[in-house]
Design a protein around this ligand. Structure first.
Ligand SMILES: [Zn+2]
Length: 284
């Protein structure tokens, strides 16, 4: 879908980075899109030669006019006056925890998710023909066999496990930065419900059993296409033992002796903070 005339801004992505003018600070306000005209003109002169496809319009979930988005090739050299910032690093400046659907960061997440999917859905998954865009909505439509494809969303659970001593289970995953501990998480497998995913992942990764599973919160997480579904659960047996491959260390932590935690803008941090402040969903 080509960018319409009524869009109000543009996101420029390159890999997992957001491309911004040099003079934009990283803060909640600056996660809003750069000015459309600025982006269009500057980029069409300097960068359009290596963008992936046409600018795409990203309407809001409600269907309101939204933003344009570009995806630059990874090897594109940015012109003077522009820089690229990891989206996840930029999120650390987001105050107040989670990214919500109606926020500037929520639209940024939506645009990034859709732009990655567009890149990966250039060809029909059934007959291999070059895909077109459906006339309405965010969808691909194969002009040869009529197959429709929508943005893929992969559900993943993330769980705060507590024990009878008032401690929380936090783990260091091989993918985390040094010294960071967070919640146990894992993708939902085909044929599973969320409860069985939680029990399986915790058993596989740290060798314990849980019960009293309760929903806590959810958040989109487009790295690349997840929906994080947050829960709490209670320790119900077994000896804590990290699997040594995905989880390198896992420990029970008291509130007054917490390790380094994931940054703001993640559902993990939101759920940990809620536990730390002894709040329930109803109290927020
Ligand atoms: Zn097809």
């Amino acid at each position: 879908m080509a960018a319409a005339d009524n869009i109000t801004g543009a996101y420029i992505f390159q890999g997992a980075n957001l491309v911004l003018p040099d003079d934009a600070d990283i803060g909640p306000a600056d996660l809003c899109p750069v000015d459309t005209a600025h982006a269009f003109h500057a980029l069409s002169r300097s960068l359009a030669i290596t963008t992936f496809g046409d600018p795409c319009e990203i309407p809001t979930v409600d269907g309101d006019a939204g933003m344009a988005a570009f995806m630059l090739d990874n090897d594109t050299v940015l012109p003077k006056g522009w820089r690229s910032v990891p989206i996840r690093q930029a999120l650390s400046a987001v105050a107040g925890g989670m990214v919500t659907a109606g926020s500037p960061e929520g639209l940024l997440f939506r645009a990034y998710h859709i732009m990655q999917w567009r890149r990966e859905s250039a060809y029909c998954g059934s007959c291999g023909s070059p895909n077109g865009d459906a006339p309405t909505g965010i969808a691909r439509l194969c002009p040869v066999c009529g197959r429709q494809e929508f943005p893929r969303i992969s559900p993943a659970v993330i769980v705060l496990v507590t024990n009878e001593n008032g401690e929380a289970l936090l783990a260091h995953n091989t993918n985390f930065a040094d010294g960071i501990y967070s919640l146990i998480a894992g993708f939902v497998e085909a044929g599973e419900n969320l409860e069985s995913t939680i029990i399986r992942e915790i058993r596989e990764e740290v060798n314990i059993e849980v019960d009293s599973i309760q929903y806590a919160a959810s958040q989109p997480w487009p790295f690349p296409n997840s929906l994080m579904l947050g829960f709490t659960a209670v320790y119900a047996g077994g000896t804590l033992k990290p699997d040594g491959t995905e989880i390198l260390d896992a420990q029970w932590f008291k509130r007054d002796a917490l390790p380094n935690l994931p940054g703001n803008g993640s559902v993990a941090r939101h759920i940990i903070d809620r536990w730390y402040n002894r709040k329930t969903i109803e109290e927020e």
